[in-house]
Ligand binder design. Structure first.
Ligand code: WT7
Length: 651
């Protein structure tokens, strides 16, 4: 940890971008003084602050207490009864937004569909009724594995309507990953599609579900949306076409009166062990926080056409495609396919045609666009944009400057938003009408967020020295636990410092109090803005018959930010070959998904270990990133292992 402070203090950023005056004038928060005043109030009197915010939502029964905190267990808006889908749909319709476009969808082949808030509510109710007919009850976990089409949003809102928690699995995950998650959550129903379009081909979603269900006998129903019209195999008693199910259903479905602390969803994310964690988010606090952050951070106004390019299968899509924006009655753009289909101008063409006003994406995408050349975005009319956002990993200043110039036309503020699956909503972020931006910092904590940079003892660090990012007070959308494993919840987030939330990110603050995020401090690697636990990839490798042992480490990567390097010791009777390397890479893709595919794989006789038998990942990391090992090797049991590894070729 001690060296973290020096890592970035050499990188002093002096370019400053105050908010454009015309932006500030119209913004919800229009000066740094307003931010500071409100932030102070939110920390001094959290109950009063959040009561007021929550009163902007619809409650069937008002809550009688704002928060109950017995570390590490929080309850928010205690006693309140509400419904997330009601707040996203009916409340908007009551406010006169029924005929306003809620979803502006574009499929990869170019098909465009618009659904108004009225249309969306009708579809949600029909599907909610269909789920009920299949026997889904309040509290039953519904697995969703779908392409980025409006029905994905309809399915999640239908679950919310009837109080059935959803567990959405990103469409890029493999059959084994689906099976693990279905099994962990005891889910008995999966909603999927025949396929989804990706770079002109069909992703065989139904096929993956069939392969997963073969290992999950508890699954009783599979609902299949027809999207690509590809052939699928069919299991009569179990499989149902979406279209047939909703055909005769009513478009009225009374929303369940959910308790504020009823589970809204589970979302699996990687941790430091091999097993993904089912992060639990509940109804009231998550609803209040996502609705409010969406409004303030993206400065949402009724006519905004808001586009977040994430997949709904990640938390960004849950909070800032569906739940946050819809609670604000805006138009949400949604795109099914790849950013480079048919070419690298696709996003810019869509921004121009649909006149998007807000665009939220990940640094990895920005770097990929940068590499394709300035002329691609420069050839499109992007003047409809008024605000840009970034999420998923630290945005490097070159990418920030490029984004600001070529996408934002030097007039759009950029909100670099730091948060996690666990935090449910944006935690550290500029408010675009108030903050002076510097490329590379997420600036300041959002209202109600008591973030700090501390050392191992929990002592707050002086300006410009690195430390651990922690959150010292509960916030409404904080995770409520890990599904089925509350011990791991305590251990993972609350054991380092008593009663304080440990983010596992390194950070420093500058003299002005801005937070500069410096990456993870655990064995979790951030690839293209998504967390991959190295342990998970190691266990996938070890599950291959030829493998004796494996170690996986993160290495820097130009576009993805980080990539994985795998070191694999084969069983004694297996010999190294390019073929086995290919087989191992394919095996990881099959076990987890393409996102976890190692960039390099080195076959070796043995891994470097300490005398007590721990694999020295630190040395492997150094070797993989720099080609040599200069670090301390005094605890290494057998130095020849490193010498051999250095000689072994990389591929
Ligand atoms: C981890 C959380 C939150 C939605 C997407 C990822 C990194 C996220 C930033 C940012 C620096 C960031 C952190 C965090 N991260 N946003 N703006 N600046 N780092 O969600 O998969 O739960 O990953 O992503 O390391 O801990 P996630």
């Amino acid at each position: 940890m001690s060296d973290k402070g020096t890592i970035q203090s050499s990188m002093v950023e002096t370019r400053k971008f105050p908010p454009p005056p015309e932006f500030s004038r119209a913004a919800h928060i229009s000066s740094i003084a307003d931010y500071e005043k409100l932030h102070k109030r939110s920390i001094d009197d959290p109950e009063g602050f959040w009561r007021e915010v929550a009163e902007g939502c619809h409650w069937f029964t008002p809550f009688d207490k704002v928060v109950e905190w017995e570390a590490p267990f929080a309850k928010w808006f205690v006693g309140g009864k509400t419904n997330m889908s009601y707040n996203c749909l009916d409340l908007q319709i009551e406010r006169g937004r029924g005929d306003h476009t809620a979803v502006l969808f574009e499929g990869e082949p170019g098909d465009v569909r618009k659904l108004t808030y009225n249309n969306l509510r009708d579809e949600v109710c029909r599907f909610a009724n269909a789920l009920k007919k299949l026997g889904v009850k309040k509290g039953d976990v519904v697995t969703i594995y779908m392409p980025m089409v409006p029905e994905l949003m309809i399915a999640m809102l239908a679950c919310a309507r009837i109080g059935a928690p959803h567990s959405i699995i990103f469409g890029g995950f493999s059959a084994s990953a689906i099976a693990d998650r279905v099994h962990d959550s005891n889910s008995q129903i999966i909603i999927t599609a025949d396929g989804g379009w990706r770079r002109g081909s069909v992703v065989p979603l139904k096929q993956n579900v069939d392969d997963a269900v073969a290992k999950c006998p508890t699954v009783q129903n599979v609902v299949v949306l027809k999207r690509c019209e590809n052939d699928v195999s069919w299991n009569d008693g179990r499989d149902h076409w979406w279209g047939d199910l909703v055909a005769d259903e009513s478009d009225v479905c009374d929303p369940e009166h959910c308790d504020s602390e009823d589970l809204l969803f589970i979302l699996y994310t990687s941790g430091t062990t091999g097993k993904p964690k089912g992060i639990m988010h509940t109804t009231g606090g998550y609803m209040v926080y996502t609705g409010y952050t969406a409004k303030m951070v993206f400065d949402l106004k009724p006519d905004d056409i808001y586009w977040c390019t994430a997949d709904i299968g990640w938390v960004t899509g849950h909070s800032y495609i569906t739940y946050g924006p819809l609670q604000n009655g805006v138009t949400v753009m949604m795109y099914e396919g790849a950013p480079n289909h048919p070419d690298w101008g696709r996003f810019w063409d869509m921004v121009a045609r649909h006149k998007a006003t807000i665009f939220y994406t990940a640094p990895t995408a920005i770097r990929a666009f940068m590499r394709q050349g300035d002329d691609i975005p420069d050839g499109h009319d992007l003047t409809s944009l008024r605000l840009l956002g970034s999420v998923g990993e630290p945005i490097n200043p070159e990418a920030w400057m490029w984004y600001q110039k070529h996408i934002g036309g030097e007039k759009c503020p950029i909100v670099d938003t730091w948060w996690q699956t666990e935090t449910g909503g944006i935690m550290i972020t500029p408010l675009p009408g108030a903050m002076t931006l510097l490329p590379g910092t997420a600036t300041c904590p959002f209202f109600g967020i008591d973030a700090a940079v501390v050392d191992e003892q929990g002592v707050e660090q002086p300006a410009n020295s690195g430390g651990f990012l922690v959150v010292r007070k509960p916030w409404p959308s904080m995770l409520r636990g890990i599904y089925g494993d509350m011990e791991r919840y305590q251990e993972q987030y609350w054991s380092q410092l008593d009663g304080i939330y440990f983010t596992s990110d390194a950070c420093r603050r500058d003299d002005d109090g801005n937070f500069w995020l410096m990456g993870r401090v655990d064995d979790v690697i951030n690839i293209s803005g998504h967390r991959i636990g190295t342990a998970e990839v190691e266990s996938a490798l070890v599950s291959h018959a030829a493998v004796a042992e494996a170690a996986v480490v993160g290495i820097p990567h130009d576009i993805k930010g980080q990539a994985l390097a795998a070191f694999v010791a084969l069983k004694a009777d297996r010999s190294a070959s390019d073929e086995i390397k290919r087989e191992l890479l394919a095996h990881v893709v099959k076990e987890i998904g393409a996102i976890a595919r190692p960039e390099t794989i080195r076959l070796t006789d043995a891994l470097p270990k300490t005398r007590s038998g721990k694999i020295m990942r630190r040395l492997l990391k150094e070797l993989a990133s720099t080609g040599e090992v200069k670090g301390d090797t005094t605890t290494l049991e057998d130095f020849n292992v490193i010498a051999n590894l250095r000689e072994s070729d990389e591929g």
